[in-house]
Design a protein around this ligand. Sequence first.
Ligand code: ATP
Ligand code: MG
Length: 517
Amino acid sequence: MQPYNLDKVITDTFTEISRSRENYIHGFQPQEKGSVKNVSSGIAKVIGLSGTGFEELLKFPNNLYGIAFNLDETEIGVVVLGNDEQLQSGDVVERTNRVTDIPVGNGLLGRVINPLGEPMDDKGPIAFTVRLPIERPAPPIMNREAVNVPLQTGIKVIDALIPIGRGQRELILGDRQTGKTSIAIDTICNQRDKNVLCVYCAIGQRASSVAKVIAQLTEKGAMDYTTVVVTEGNNPPGLQYITPYAATSIAEYFMEQGHDVLIVYDDLTHHARAYRELSLLLRRPPGREAFPGDIFYIHSRLLERATHLNQEHGGGSLTALPIIETEAQDISAYIPTNLISITDGQIYLSPKLFEMGMLPAVDVGKSVSRVGGKAQLQAYNKVAGNLKLAYAQFEELETFARFGTRLDENTRKTIEHGKRIRACFKQSELHPVPVPEQVTVLLALTNGLFDTIPLNKITEAENLVRDASVHLPPGLLERIQSSKPLSKSDEETILSVTKTALQSLITISENKINNNE
Ligand code: ATP
Ligand code: MG
């Protein structure tokens, strides 16, 4: 055993100390601290943080955060992201030197979170890959590609007449309780096995509505590929305001991984109102309908982030379905017109059609898809044009027919045909129709095969045709779902299968007509 050398130990220690002393860098790391001047209705006025940047995250006591929204000379207007009742004047405020961000990653699929990334379900902490800022610049034009792949909603009237493409922004608008959410949820449910990830963003909604949506998504197995970002009506306006931006960052992460993503904003009316509330509390000058001047900008910079990236950037896409609630069917109000001009088309839901039981209550005349037509499957080409025209003629003539006017044969035929189109477009919620079944039904419809069948038997006829379509030759089923057009012989095969399926119904109705005569 070596003798213990005290001298050496002392020398070593001294050398160590002197080395660390040499390496020590002098200097202060000052930290700015301010204090709350006053707080009310989700807005805190903070003094003493002169270096704060715009939209910087500030930290209050009790793990409460806020966004610096108004930078005045003497004070900062901070939007509190949480319960402001815990705050009082004099509380210490610290800078964080970062903007609001949100955890993103595949671990978010199947989860329900709030816009701060905190779990709202009982599945434990969120597993995430990175944190992304909630506000990010939209991809530049050079990184984008034209919309050329369809996003099937499974809703016949939409897929045939108002087709949506991956990377498109399609507005869903209508009065309250007209089935807006149902269309979005049906679309999410229809993405099962289609390689599309979904984000449902509920802004300022009733807790019961959100619970219903989550229950529907879970029941249909759609939560496996969906993230739900929620703020409820009783949450502070600041939290409601950041919800869609946070949800978009989550969706963008998936898009940048090369996935096709669908995001639903339900709804932006609540978002606009939350922003109006914040702006008025911050004493920004009110404009039309008391909304602040930059209300167009907050929505356009949000929706501009939806796009189809080109192959060099992964080829992912982000399709946005923003929802807007109109009042008394006024689509020319401020927020609806803004959104109509930002998006690539709109699906208008009419309360009149809803009352008539014509569900989904899509008003085809007032709805349009500006880019989806180019992405639509070619198989629809044979039917879409005819259907739109026939339906428009029918809607025009229908009003006259109500007065009991005597109609000539052609008009009567147009009306009878139109009634059958309308009957075929009826579809209950959460029952998406696969593409081959849609094409078969619509082809039968445009070729007048349903015209001899009584109106009350149309649903039965449609079901027969849908069942028959399953037995079409596999090659043909593939061609229908491919991006190639159908040949004449394909069309004939479909029609002959349909005719055979409808034989029983047609014979019954013809017999009835003969007997009546
Ligand atoms: P809100 O304005 O409250 O958000 P909304 O416009 O989102 O309402 P939904 O909640 O989607 O409307 O639908 C309103 C009601 O209509 C619901 O009870 C829903 O079940 C019913 N509904 C919607 N679409 C259909 C459909 N295709 N078939 C049958 N019922 C439907
Ligand atoms: Mg709704």
